[in-house]
Every structure is written in structure tokens, then in C-alpha cells.
Design a protein around this ligand. Sequence first.
Ligand code: ZN
Length: 391
Amino acid sequence: MTSFSFTIEAQCSESWARAGTIHTAHGSVQTPIFMPVGTQATVKSVSPEELREVGAAIILANTYHLMLRPGYQLIADFGGLHQFMHWDGPILTDSGGFQVFSLGHLRKLSEEGVTFKSHLDGSAHMLTPENVMQIEFELGADIILPLDICAAYPCTFDAAKEAMERTHRWAERALIAREGYQSKQTLFGIVQGACEPELRQQSARFIGNLPFPGLSIGGLSVGEPKAEMWDLLKYVTPELPKGKPRHLLGVGSPEDLVIGVGLGMDMFDCVLPTRVARHGGLFSRFGRINIKSARYRAEHAAIEEGCDCYTCRNYSAAYVHHLARTDEQLYYRLGTIHNLRFMLRLAGQLRAAVIGGTYPAFRDDFLKQYTPASEQVRENQREKWKAARSR
Ligand SMILES: [Zn+2]
């Protein structure tokens, strides 16, 4: 039924990095890949044609947001997400679980599912492993995810274990529910286990052994230090079946991509590149620059020398700086295009390095010259996460 397959073309001999190809009903995706996030069935400020031009091969859309607005029935009436948003390439939808736990109000968690009130209008909703399969079936993405529970950070071992075990039971229910739909969609499993190495291993083994054609690693990048996230992956990857693609959910700064590939990850998604772009943060090989900074006021050169994106090919940094400072609409488009192209070019470079047998050198060179955003920025993100969870 499904037209999904994954082949591995090359593997690094000194790390867990690999280069592969995912086939879906809407086209192929060469990995490692970065997936731009189109929360509301749109990657903010760019058109599908522009996404193609930056090299996007697959995009992600958020079930939680779309089920609340405009409603999955309406999208189904238009023939599904591909037709509704005019994107004919592969799409991945998440289950909505992560947003329920981070955005939803007054949720109640039971074995059956999770009830929450919409962050938009306070209306009550319930997600179960079964109705999430129906909602995602109606949305029609190529890759879909089952309802899972993302434990709070930090949390006790017992809370982490309980969330993981329920996630496992829900995964089995999702697989059964999935059989009721005649579709070409592919259901990935989600590995949980919070920040407990032992649980992470256990979850990777359990989910890896279920008949999911691909695996997402969830519950990371929720506020824990990055070093801890990488350590946890060292426990997860060896337990996963080698032949299935691995998706690191919600992770995707440039350095994350470079490091994550070496830890065996194939797919990444994150709102970060597009979100920081809208706030003036643009990527360069040396780190993130602030285009609003006065140093770009009269800069004749492009944002980044040698960047092949539409923005850098046609505009000076001074012009982009001017647009950003005056809050012009065009800035959002030009800034987003640059950051997305940076991420997709980086994914392509990582793939070429794995195939060429030079991944470890590429990683070391990249990390040597790239300065990541400060820990303070991450601390602010952590605070936001905590605030959202305590409401
Ligand atoms: Zn550029």
C-alpha cells in the first residue's frame, strides 16, 4: 500500500553518519535533510516556489494548529494539505501532542488520551491515539506521527517512565488504528524517555521493534543543555534498527545539524531558522549575525559572501539591513530565504561529506569556525517553555 522506502547510500566509518534516500508518494528526499516548518500550512513569508528554490525537499506542518484552525475537515474538503497549500512535495505532520503539552490549557491526561482547551478560543478538545490517526489521515501528509507524551523538563524518573510507557501503549494503539485507513501515508514511531539514558535505550528498543518504517526521537531540545541532548542520543542510536530513517524532532540549528548527523540522525525540523530570521538573526559560516546591527548600514557586500540564495545574489547587506530596520514586509521574505538556503545547503554539504568519506573533517572544520548562539538565548527559550507548561 505504502510507496515509502529508505535506502542508505553511504555510511561514515568513524561516526554514525549516513547518507540515504527516502521515497514517498510525493517524491524523494535525500538525507541528511532539514525540513522547514510550516506551522499553519505555510512556511512563514515564503511561497512553495521559493521553498523549492532554496532546496526544500520536504516540509513539516503542525496538526494541533491546523485541527483548530481552519479545521482538518475543511482541509480534507480541499483534497488534503498538498492541494490546500499548493505544495506537491512530501509533507510530514506531527501528532499535535507536543503543542497540547506546551500550548494547550487545562489539559487532563488519561489512558484514553488528552483533553485540552484551545489556546485560541478556549474550546475543549480531546486527542486520542485513534482520532489523531483520523485527523492526520484527513490532512493527508506523507509521513505522520502518533500521539505521544513529552515529559516535562526537568522531571522525576518515575514521571519520565510513566510518560514513556504510556507513549509505548499509545504507539501500539496508533498502529492498530492506522490499519483502518487505506492510504499511502507512512506512520513513524516516536522514541521518548526524557533525560534518562536507561529509559531512552528502553524506548528506542521498544519503538524500534514495532512495525514503524521510520523513527522520530521526541522530547529533546525542551530545555536541557545541548551536551545532555547529545549524550542521550548516544544511548538511543545504537538501539535503533539501522535500516529505518531517524528524525530528530524539533531540533535544527546549524550546529545541531552538523553534530546530529554524526550521531546517526537523518532528518531534522525546527522553527528556529525561520523564526530567528524574522527577528534579524541571519546565519553565516561564522555564526548568527544580527542584520539590524549598525555595522551593516553601508555594507555593499551580500549578507554572506558566496551564498547562492536569491537574497545574497541580488541584494547588498545594507539593503537587507534597511528593510529589517524599517520593518518592511520584504525583509521577512529575504531573511527567511537566506536562512532556509543556508540550512539546506548545509544538509547537502553534510550529505556530500558522508558520501565522500570526509564527514569527520567537515564537522570539525565547521564547528571550529561557527560560533553558536549564546547559552543566554537558550536560557530564555527554557523559561518560555516552563511558563507555557505551568499555565
Ligand atoms: Zn544568502
